[in-house]
Design a protein around this ligand. Structure first.
Ligand SMILES: Cc1cc2nc3c(=O)[nH]c(=O)nc-3n(C[C@H](O)[C@H](O)[C@H](O)COP(=O)(O)OP(=O)(O)OC[C@H]3O[C@@H](n4cnc5c(N)ncnc54)[C@H](O)[C@@H]3O)c2cc1C
Length: 371
């Protein structure tokens, strides 16, 4: 059997980030993607790098905030290295975000979110509707309350994907598209390679499972698909309608800075169904245009459906699995773009035997990890 040091299964943002960073560390790595690179959730993602806005209550929620903050801090460096290694100009934007309330109930919910984030020491400010409209003049006068999160940024995930492919190949990684992994090969009590759908086999010292929402088809991991419908809009008059990421109950508008906007997203438990349906798109447009009426004049460029890799507690599964030779990098749910840098650092650390094995769930990741 043909052998290499590491095989990465899945060419989304997570697998590609790992392949790039592993190749840069001198590890011989082959990545196998059954479709096109980034064809999974990565293609649909809005690209918010939003550990503060996404902060959830509870222990797992706090762990995710910490992981997200570490990864967000490393994004400028990650993007700069990606720009340098790929030659593609960075599409990282540090515009900040506003979280918006349209009525009294939403305003009360925002106050609870504010109190929780303050308890965690996160940088969030309550601002009046008039201040919010000074910052974003396209906002409707009916706005009730807003929170400002100045530190949050966003990145175009399609740039990330294209740049990762170039950068990883430049660093010596072998990346294959249209190459489906049918199963893991086990020998002598450990995972020793992969069986390909075309009947071949490839051997490896270690296999990294980064197959997103499809990871459970290859190993016993608690990852499920969570459907997201999302649309891309374009302002023919160029940029300027909205500058910051705007978040509201049930959705968000992310600006690309070139007249392009992303309006997302539904969150549906429908297995692997990827049909486009009218209701969630109608609801997104209805709610978003209540806040930014000018949105309804934009061109609809694209409607996309993606499957987020959900996990039971919304934390990703990163690090050594229960099986020798198998490393997990899946279950990133709503935050895979945000968590790509920290995931690559942790997985490459395990591959280099520099980090103690992290086990299922990021709670087991050692505190001293920096990116
Ligand atoms: C609508 C939507 C909006 C989102 N917005 C954001 C956001 O704003 N910020 C953020 O951080 N995250 C966001 N996410 C989440 C983010 O997209 C995911 O967490 C991230 O893409 C997960 O990356 P991944 O590489 O694990 O999975 P994927 O991108 O799904 O990649 C997995 C890849 O594995 C391949 N694969 C599967 N099985 C096999 C096999 N057997 N053999 C070979 N290849 C295989 C698939 O074809 C796929 O390309 C969003 C997701 C959706 C759907």
């Amino acid at each position: 059997m043909d052998r290499r040091e590491v095989i990465v299964v899945g060419g989304g943002v997570i697998g590609l980030s790992i392949a790039w960073r592993a190749a840069r560390s001198g590890i011989s790595v082959t990545l196998l993607e059954r479709d096109r690179f980034g064809a999974g959730a990565t293609h649909a993602a809005a690209g918010m790098l939003a550990p503060v806005a996404e902060a959830d209550f509870g222990g797992a929620g706090r762990a995710l905030v910490e992981l997200g903050l570490t990864s967000a801090t490393s994004w400028p460096q990650f993007a700069a290295a990606l720009e340098r290694d790929s030659g593609l100009p960075s599409r990282l934007r540090a515009d900040g975000a506003l979280v918006l309330a349209r009525d009294r109930d939403e305003a009360e919910a925002l106050e609870r979110q504010l109190a929780y984030r303050r308890r965690l020491g996160l940088a969030v400010t309550r601002i009046t509707p008039s201040r919010a409209r000074e910052l974003e003049p396209a906002l409707a006068p009916s706005l009730r309350l807003a929170l400002e999160i100045p530190g949050e940024s966003s990145v175009d995930p399609r740039w990330v994907c294209d740049a990762l492919v170039l950068a990883a190949r430049g660093a010596g990684a072998e990346l294959r598209e249209h190459c489906e992994v049918a199963g893991l090969v086990r020998r002598g009590g450990r995972v020793s390679g992969v069986a390909l759908a075309d009947g071949g086999q490839l051997g490896a010292d270690r296999v990294v499972l980064a197959a997103g929402a499809w990871s459970a088809a290859l190993s016993d991991v608690p990852v499920r698909p969570v459907k997201g419908q999302i649309m891309r809009l374009r302002d023919g008059d160029g940029p300027g309608l909205v500058g910051r990421t705007l978040r509201f109950e049930g959705g968000y508008i992310v600006t690309r800075g070139d007249g392009g906007y992303v309006l997302g997203a539904s969150s549906e438990e429908r297995g692997f169904d990827t049909t486009v349906t009218a209701r969630p798109l109608y609801e997104l447009l209805r709610d978003a245009s209540e806040l930014v009426p000018g949105l309804l004049d934009l061109e609809v460029e694209e409607i996309t459906v993606g499957l987020r890799p959900g996990s039971p507690d919304n934390l990703p599964l990163i690090g050594a699995s229960d099986e020798d030779g198998l490393i997990l990098a899946c279950g990133h749910f709503r935050n895979g773009i945000l968590l790509a840098p920290i995931t690559a650092t942790l997985v490459v650390g395990v591959l280099e035997d520099a980090l103690p094995s992290a086990s299922v769930g990021s709670r087991h990741i050692p505190d001293e990890v920096g990116v």
